[in-house]
Design a protein around this ligand. Structure first.
Ligand SMILES: Cc1cc2nc3c(=O)[nH]c(=O)nc-3n(C[C@H](O)[C@H](O)[C@H](O)COP(=O)(O)OP(=O)(O)OC[C@H]3O[C@@H](n4cnc5c(N)ncnc54)[C@H](O)[C@@H]3O)c2cc1C
Length: 498
């Protein structure tokens, strides 16, 4: 124990001294809204809202700009050699979300911080190297012919600050801006439903769930209102919708029954799906999941949502479904940002890339993760919107750009085709989904028709947990996750509404 404490002290001292070193090395950022960055260190313009990072000189490190801090962008940043490149990440969030475990945070199985990985930990150079940065901003436009991206700051919560624009010149650009939830143009979804994609979504779900639980216990609430408040509706029976429904039913069985005993008979979960749940899994696993969900109290409704109103949804057959919490999880498609980019598109509207993940019509632009897809001319299929695709593309592209950088092709327009090496090849490792009650599905087949191991039950649940624990990026978060799981197992979920 003493040795352990000593080790922690040593590592925190080292961190403190490295952060004080980095703060002394790094030029100060101006807090004045009209200035984006201060100093002539890189030859910036510093006098207007259109300030930014100018082009790099030939004797400076080339600059790789990464749009997005998700699975693809972060895996890329982790692998890029910062001796060869300066890295500038532009994203509206300063962390990566470990999405496979996000559903668990909605009901307090895990804490929010356990699934959020700060970017500075993924790529420390971003906090310490003079030419590397993280900018809390959205990219708004791209000028590939001048190697420039236009960005706008995200100033949510800073009441006195309006967003302002700035520009960044890049030598290499990696577009990893992800996707957005599909709503199929159904009225009211954006206004009344909660999506489950970001940590703040999970926080909103948890707050709403606990608020409804407490309100329904207060005198004066009618029976009908109680039933509505405690009706959790999930739309979309893909892995995310099913996992979230499983987490909710676990929460109800184990925690609500014990701690909200007065209202335990009013709380229900309904999962609405237009086709069949978990359509990418094999028939046997699907049947198992259906049986298990029903057994744990989830009502499965086959239907299509026509309209979403503040307290009820209306299905195609006219059925009204009152709800207190509505979670929307019906798949993803290209974001408005991707739609507006004047770049070639792959089937489905994603940014079109060749076999080396380059956008072929422009120099030095690459795209990875959910926002990109192979161009039809490559003859390759569109890859699924999965973390395992995004992560492997990020890893592959980092090694490609490292090769190019080592060969002297890091600066804008300097790379040659013969430095590319092997094209990107994706091999599916299988799918997993937890369904609550210590049960999960594991499908290790390469495709739905392929041969291979597929299993369900407690052993699968154990494999699911072990696999994701090892995939969590940092030791810090791995430790948090393990401790959260143990605490939940022994003491139950955290149901405080802070
Ligand atoms: C709840 C949930 C559970 C999931 N579970 C699994 C699973 O178990 N297994 C699996 O393989 N996959 C899973 N997925 C899918 C997986 O998370 C995605 O495929 C993966 O996140 C895609 O990575 P990405 O980097 O392309 O996009 P994202 O991870 O979505 O990251 C996109 C980034 O781009 C940023 N961005 C957006 N617009 C801009 C802009 N204009 N400028 C700059 N930055 C921008 C975003 O803020 C974000 O940081 C799950 C997804 C969800 C939501």
């Amino acid at each position: 124990m003493a040795l352990f404490r000593k080790l922690i002290q040593l590592s925190s001292t080292a961190r403190q001294s490295s952060s004080s070193l980095s703060s002394s090395l790094k030029p100060k950022l101006s807090m004045t809204p009209s200035l984006v960055l201060a100093g002539s260190f890189w030859g910036f313009s510093t006098t207007s809202r259109q300030a930014g990072l100018g082009p790099t000189k030939s004797d400076e490190k080339p600059r790789v700009v990464v749009l997005g801090s998700g699975w693809a962008g972060c895996r890329f940043m982790k692998g890029i050699d910062t001796n060869l490149y300066d890295v500038v990440c532009v994203s509206p969030r300063n962390h990566m979300v470990f999405t496979p475990l996000l559903a668990s945070t909605c009901v307090g199985t895990l804490e929010f911080r356990s699934v959020a990985e700060p970017i500075g930990r993924i790529q420390p150079a971003i906090s310490s190297e003079p030419g590397s940065y993280f900018f809390l901003a959205n990219c708004t436009a791209l000028d590939p012919h001048n190697h420039v991206v236009h960005c706008q700051t995200v100033t949510d919560g800073a009441d006195s600050l309006d967003p302002w624009d700035f520009k960044i010149s890049y030598d290499k650009l990696v577009i990893a801006a992800g996707s957005q939830p599909l709503t199929f143009g159904i009225k009211g979804v954006t206004e009344h439903a909660v999506f489950l994609r970001e940590v703040y979504h999970a926080q909103e779900i948890r707050r709403k769930l606990l608020l409804n639980l407490m309100l329904s216990d207060v005198p004066g609430v009618t029976e009908e209102e109680k039933r509505r408040l405690l009706h959790c509706v999930v739309v979309g029976g893909g892995p995310t919708g099913v996992e979230f429904s499983g987490e909710l039913s676990d929460f109800i069985i184990k925690d609500v029954h014990q701690r909200y005993a007065h209202v335990k008979n009013y709380i229900h979960v309904t999962l609405i799906e237009a086709n069949e749940i978990l359509s990418s899994f094999d028939d046997r696993l699907r049947k198992y999941a259906t049986k298990q969900l029903v057994k744990s109290g989830v009502r499965l409704v086959h239907g299509i949502v026509k309209d979403v109103q503040p307290e009820k949804i209306i299905l195609n057959d006219g059925t009204n479904v009152p709800y207190g919490l509505l979670v929307w999880s019906t798949g993803v498609g290209p974001s408005g940002f991707v739609n507006n980019l004047e770049l070639p598109k792959a089937p489905g509207g994603r940014i079109g890339v060749d076999e080396w993940l380059r956008v072929p019509t422009v120099q030095d632009v690459f795209s990875i993760g959910d926002c990109s897809g192979f161009l039809e001319s490559t003859g390759r299929p569109t890859l699924p919107a999965l973390a395992q695709v995004a992560e492997r593309q990020g890893k592959y592209l980092a090694s490609q750009l490292n090769k190019i950088g080592k060969a002297g092709g890091g600066h804008a327009n300097a790379a040659k085709d013969n430095e590319l090496g092997e094209p990107f090849v994706y091999k599916h490792l299988g799918s997993m989904a937890t369904i609550g009650s210590f049960k999960a599905l594991v499908d290790l087949r390469q495709s739905k028709e392929g041969k291979g191991l597929s299993m369900a039950g407690f052993v699968s649940w154990f494999i699911w947990r072990s696999a994701y624990l090892t995939r969590v990026l940092s030791w810090r978060n791995r430790f948090y996750v393990a401790i959260n799981w143990a605490t939940t197992f022994v003491f139950g979920r955290d149901i405080s509404r802070i």
